[in-house]
Ligand binder design. Structure first.
Ligand SMILES: Nc1ncnc2c1ncn2[C@@H]1O[C@H](COP(=O)(O)OP(=O)(O)OP(=O)(O)O)[C@@H](O)[C@H]1O
Ligand SMILES: [Mn+2]
Length: 525
């Protein structure tokens, strides 16, 4: 009996011991888990994908040495912030894999090189109002502004939409197109970081179309469109499917202009860091309501007809392709177009037109001089204005843009008269595209081109990303994949040409980064 009792109590002791041990194990496990969890998070945050991405970026970039410490600090603290939110969202790696190449490109030092401060006469129309300039505004500038506000832009017409001007000299009140005009400098048409560029393209893409007339000059059909508040844009219609490839047998200038090429040219020029193409945006317009019904151009309205398929078409009147054989047609009313912001009126900002030394021969039988004369480039280099300043390298910048887009038709280029020979070249008419070999290329351009050939900033990738911002991208990609890969291929060709030129010539590179080199011991390459 006693034996039995002892046996029972021993069993209950074992049982409670087992329970205790189980409880202890559970507690331990719980404790371990919580500790482990922290241990898991902490080390991961110290080698987070954010810093990995940063490291990866700087390792893979041959230009990493040039990143200024200031920029690096900014991006590290920014990355730490991002990292926190990303961890809590639990999508760490995914998000970082999709990091924007376009954003990374524009953050790169080569796109943020320090520039000398702009002087008063570096502005095309007037000094941008800042506190200092406002105090010292000269009589002349006041006069210029008076011209701008009172006569040129104010219309006596009482047509619908042409209300009295509502803006004052205060920048805040200016419509986007006016801010664009006032932002033009000797160096560039717009600043990439200026939020007004997006406002301007949004304005052109969404505002009511008040009038449409044919724009004379040039050879192919273009319309001048008017928007509320006196905004204007140059319209080029879609004439062929976007992904149509040019027939290799077409005579050079017989290739149609492409509205998407105009849009792509604006994005490409901006990606090259040039900012010399007036902002262009795509828009799906109603050919009937937004051209036929608002046009005051009787010559234009007489060319409208309805096609057998029931689509509304017109052809306008011009030198090339303005006939019933080459109509511009809606589906049945919808038409894709490009709208380029107009430059300031020629009365306010006269421009000079220059024949391109490398313009192609427009004769059926004769070759152009540059095609026959191997020393042609040397001749050009000795001829004003190419013998001085940056005109030749500006021409090469344009040639690179043209070659990348395959534009064979750059016969002329323009500059703003006010800036004489010390100014950029306007990159107008980018509907088509080719070029010359012997070059003197800007160092900054060459470095940016090399950057765009790296996988992290690949031209086709940043271009694809940039074009997605255009409203027409929602209809279909603005450039098809074969067109995008052609850009990478042509970029490689440009770099090869520069390389082979460097093998044969000493003075291939024009160092526009001398000032930068002086301030920094390191070189951005
Ligand atoms: N955004 C703009 N703002 C103001 N003027 C412009 C703009 N774009 C073009 N122009 C002017 O209109 C002219 C004709 O434009 P564009 O070259 O695009 O047309 P085109 O029909 O192709 O002419 P061409 O056959 O001579 O090449 C240009 O030479 C330029 O002076
Ligand atoms: Mn043209």
């Amino acid at each position: 009996m006693r034996k039995l009792n002892r046996g029972r109590s021993t069993r209950s002791i074992y049982l409670s011991l087992a329970c205790l041990s189980l409880a202890l194990h559970l507690l331990l496990a719980f404790f371990c888990l919580s500790v482990l969890q922290t241990a898991c998070v902490l080390p991961s945050s110290s080698s987070s994908p954010a810093t990995d991405a940063l490291n990866h970026e700087s390792h893979s970039s041959i230009y990493s040495a040039a990143s200024s410490s200031h920029q690096a600090k900014d991006s590290i603290s920014g990355a730490a912030e991002k990292e926190k939110t990303l961890i809590s969202a639990g999508k760490v790696t995914q998000t970082f894999k999709r990091q924007s190449k376009l954003e990374a490109l524009f953050k790169h030092l080569l796109y943020n090189l320090p520039q000398p401060e702009l002087q008063e006469d570096d502005w095309l129309l007037r000094v941008k109002p800042n506190e200092h300039a406002r105090d010292t505004e000269s009589k002349e500038m006041e006069k210029e502004e008076a011209i701008l506000i009172d006569s040129e832009w104010q219309s006596a017409s009482s047509e619908e939409g042409y209300d009295r001007v509502t803006w004052t000299s205060d920048m805040e009140t200016h419509p986007p197109w006016l801010r664009f005009h006032l932002g033009i400098t000797r160096r560039e048409l717009y600043s990439r970081n200026d939020p007004n560029v997006a406002q301007l393209t949004h304005y052109l893409a969404t505002q009511r179309i008040l009038a449409a007339v044919q724009k004379p000059g040039g050879t192919q059909l273009k319309l001048l469109m008017s928007f509320p508040n006196y905004g204007q844009a140059l319209l080029k219609p879609m004439k062929q499917p976007r992904d149509a490839e040019t027939d290799v047998n077409l005579f050079y200038f017989s290739d149609f202009e492409r509205h998407n090429a105009e849009i792509a040219a604006f994005h490409l020029d901006r990606l090259l860091g040039l900012n010399r193409v007036p902002p262009v945006v795509g828009r799906l317009i109603n050919i009937t309501a937004e051209i036929r019904e608002v046009t005051t151009d009787s010559k234009l309205s007489r060319t409208f007809f309805t096609s057998p398929a029931g689509n509304v078409c017109f052809h306008g009147q011009c030198e090339y392709y303005c006939s019933t054989e080459h109509p511009v047609c809606g589906q049945p009313h919808a038409l894709e177009v490009s709208l380029a912001a107009m430059l300031p009126d020629l009365n306010i900002a006269p421009r000079r037109s220059w024949r391109s030394p490398w313009r192609r021969s427009y004769s059926r039988t004769k070759l152009a001089k540059w095609e026959k004369d191997p020393a042609y480039c040397d001749t050009v280099k000795q001829t004003p204005p190419y013998n001085h300043g940056s005109r030749l390298v500006d021409l090469i910048d344009m040639a690179v843009l043209d070659f990348l887009m395959s534009n064979m038709d750059r016969h002329h280029y323009e500059t703003f008269e006010k800036f004489g020979n010390e100014t950029f070249l306007l990159h107008l008419d980018n509907g088509r595209l080719r070029q010359c070999c012997k070059l003197m290329i800007r160092r900054s351009t060459l470095l940016r081109l090399r950057l765009l050939s790296l996988p992290d900033f690949r031209l086709s990738d940043v271009m694809r990303e940039s074009l997605v911002q255009d409203p027409l991208a929602s209809v279909a990609p603005l450039l098809s994949e074969p067109h995008l890969s052609a850009l990478d291929r042509r970029l490689a060709t440009v770099l090869q040409v520069v390389q082979s030129c460097q093998r044969h010539h000493k003075d291939v590179i024009y160092n526009d980064l001398e000032e930068y080199d002086k301030d920094h011991d390191r070189q951005p390459e």
